[in-house]
Design a protein around this ligand. Structure first.
Ligand SMILES: Nc1nc2c(ncn2[C@@H]2O[C@H](COP(=O)(O)OP(=O)(O)OP(=O)(O)O)[C@@H](O)[C@H]2O)c(=O)[nH]1
Ligand SMILES: [Mg+2]
Length: 453
C-alpha cells in the first residue's frame, strides 16, 4: 500500500510542521511589590543561561539549542536591560518598581526527539510573558455593577472603619453633593485627586488591598488621565438619574467608560489570551505585619483568584463574555530566601492555608494549580542554621537567624514572625551567568511542560 504510506508520511510531516512553531502565553501577576519584575528578570536570565544552571540537567532543556530574547518590535517591552543594570551595579540594587503592563517575547529552539527528528530539524516555542499589576484583577467585580450600585457600595465601605477615618472630610463632601445638580468641573478634578489620595492612604496606612478603581493608583499607559475623573456620589443609588451636565451624568459616563473599556478591555485584550498564569505572593511581609495585614491579603487574593475560578455556573464567562482558557496556575510565595531553606515549604504552606477554600474552587473549576516557594534571586547564603546576607545601603555582611515559621497558619492568624531584614541583591550578578535562586527551574519546567515542546 505505497499510496497509503505516502499519505501517512505526508500527514505526519504536516503535523510536525504545525508542531514546529508553538506559542505559550504566560501571565505573571501579584500585588505591588510581590516580586514580579525580579522574577521575570531571573526567568529570562535562567533561560539565556540554560546550558549552565540547574535547567541544563532537566528535560526538555537538555534539548534546548538556543534562546533569543526579542529586543525589537515588542510593544510595551519589559525593562530587562534596566533591571539587569540595577542588579549588576556596584553596589547591587533591586529593579525599580513598575506600574504598567509589559511584555517579553522569547524564542526557544529545541532539538526534536524520536520520529519527528527525521521530518523536521528543530522545534520552536515562542514564549510570551505578560507582566501586569494584580490590582487590575481587583476591578473584576465592577463588571457586574452599574454606577448607582457602585455608589451604594462605596457608601457602605466608607461607613466602616478604617475607611471612614481615612476618608475624613472627603466623605462629608461627597455626602453633601446633590447628584442632580450641575457639575463643577474644577471641583470634580479636585475631588478625583482627593479620592486618589484616600486610596493611597488606604494602601499605605491601613495596608488595604481592595482600592477601587484600581487604575487610580496604577493607571497604566493605555488610559487617558481625563477618563479617570469620577468619584462615587454617596447620595446616589441604583435608581438615581440626572440630566446632561449633572454630577450624576458626568460621573456615570466616565464610570461606564472605565468599566466597559478599561476593565473589560484589559480582560479581552490581554487576559483572554493567556494559557498559563504565575501568581506571586509576598507572604512574609504580611506575616511580619500581623493579623490585620494577613486578613487583608486573604481578601485581596480571594478577589484575584476569582479571575481564575471557572466553576460556579460560569459566572466568570458571563461577566467576561468569553471563556478564559488558563490551564495552569502557579501560586508561589516569593522571596523565601529570607528564611532558612528548611522553613521555605512552611511559608508556602501558610499561604495555601490562608487561601485553602479559593484554591479548591480554582482546582474544581478545572485549572491545574501548583504551589512553589520561590526565590527569583537568592540574596542569602546558609551557614549552619544562620543566614548571611548584605543589607541595603550598607557594606559588609550580617549573620542572623531569621526565626521559625509555623508548619501551618493558625486559624487566629496570630503568628510570631521571622526576622525580615532589608536585604540587598547578592554581589557579582552577571547576565552571562545564571542567577542563584530557589526553584525557578522547577517552575520554568512546569510552565514549558504544559506546551510539550
Ligand atoms: N530576598 C529577596 N528579595 C526579593 C526577591 N524578589 C524581590 N525581592 C524584593 O522585593 C522587592 C519588590 O520586587 P519587584 O520585583 O520590584 O516586585 P514587583 O511585583 O515588580 O513590584 P512593583 O513593580 O512595585 O509592583 C524588591 O525590591 C526586593 O527588595 C527575591 O527573590 N529575594
Ligand atoms: Mg514590577
Amino acid at each position: 500500500m505505497p499510496n497509503n504510506s505516502a499519505n501517512w508520511f505526508k500527514q505526519v510531516a504536516q503535523r510536525a510542521e504545525g508542531l514546529g512553531q508553538q506559542r505559550l502565553r504566560v501571565g505573571v501577576t501579584g500585588l505591588s511589590g510581590a516580586g514580579k519584575t525580579t522574577f521575570i528578570t531571573s526567568l529570562i536570565n535562567q533561560l539565556e543561561n540554560h546550558n549552565k544552571g540547574l535547567l541544563s540537567r532537566r528535560a526538555p532543556f537538555d534539548r534546548l539549542e538556543s534562546v533569543r530574547w526579542q529586543r525589537d518590535n515588542v510593544e510595551r517591552a519589559f525593562p530587562y536591560l534596566e533591571s539587569l543594570g540595577a542588579l549588576s551595579a556596584q553596589p547591587a540594587r533591586w529593579p525599580d518598581s513598575t506600574s504598567d503592563l509589559s511584555r517579553v517575547v522569547i524564542d526557544l529552539r529545541f532539538r526534536p526527539q524520536g520520529l519527528l527528528r527525521k521530518l523536521q530539524s528543530t522545534r520552536q516555542l515562542r514564549l510570551e510573558i505578560i507582566d501586569y499589576p494584580g490590582e487590575w484583577l481587583l476591578d473584576l467585580p465592577l463588571l457586574q455593577l452599574d454606577y448607582g450600585q457602585w455608589c451604594e457600595q462605596m457608601r457602605q465601605w466608607l461607613e466602616a472603619e478604617p475607611r471612614r477615618s481615612l476618608a475624613g472630610p472627603l466623605r462629608d463632601t461627597l455626602l453633601g453633593l446633590d447628584p442632580a445638580a450641575p457639575v463643577d468641573a474644577v471641583q470634580l478634578v479636585d475631588l478625583t485627586e482627593q479620592w486618589r489620595q484616600f486610596l493611597l492612604r488606604c494602601r499605605s496606612e491601613a495596608g488595604l488591598s481592595r482600592n477601587q478603581p484600581a487604575r487610580f493608583l496604577q493607571p497604566g499607559s493605555d488610559v487617558a488621565p481625563q477618563m479617570l475623573q469620577f468619584v462615587p456620589l454617596l447620595l446616589a443609588n441604583r435608581h438615581s438619574a440626572g440630566e446632561q451636565g449633572s454630577w450624576w451624568a458626568e460621573c456615570q459616563a466616565r464610570f461606564n467608560y472605565y468599566r466597559d473599556f478599561v476593565v473589560r478591555g484589559f480582560f479581552e485584550q490581554h487576559f483572554r489570551h493567556l494559557d498559563q498564569q504565575v501568581l506571586l505572593v509576598d507572604m512574609l511581609g504580611p506575616m511580619d505585619a500581623g493579623e490585620a495585614a494577613l486578613n487583608d491579603l486573604r481578601d485581596a487574593m480571594e478577589a484575584v483568584l476569582a479571575s481564575f475560578d471557572y466553576g460556579r455556573s460560569g459566572l466568570l464567562a458571563r461577566l467576561l463574555r468569553f471563556r478564559p482558557r488558563i490551564g495552569r496556575l502557579a501560586f508561589c510565595a516569593t522571596k523565601v530566601d529570607k528564611v532558612n531553606p528548611a522553613q521555605q515549604r512552611a511559608v508556602q504552606q501558610c499561604l495555601e492555608d490562608l487561601m485553602v477554600d479559593r484554591l479548591a474552587d480554582v482546582r474544581h473549576g478545572g485549572v491545574e494549580v501548583r504551589g512553589l516557594p520561590l526565590s527569583a534571586i537568592r540574596a542569602t547564603r546558609q551557614e549552619g542554621d544562620a543566614l548571611v546576607a548584605g543589607l541595603q545601603g550598607e557594606e559588609g555582611w550580617v549573620r542572623y537567624r531569621p526565626g521559625d515559621i509555623p508548619a501551618h497558619l493558625p486559624q487566629s492568624l496570630q503568628v510570631s514572625s521571622p526576622d525580615l531584614l532589608p536585604l540587598r541583591p547578592p554581589p557579582g550578578l552577571h547576565r552571562s551567568e545564571p542567577f542563584p535562586h530557589y526553584r525557578m527551574d522547577d517552575l520554568i519546567a512546569w510552565l514549558i511542560e504544559g506546551a510539550e515542546p
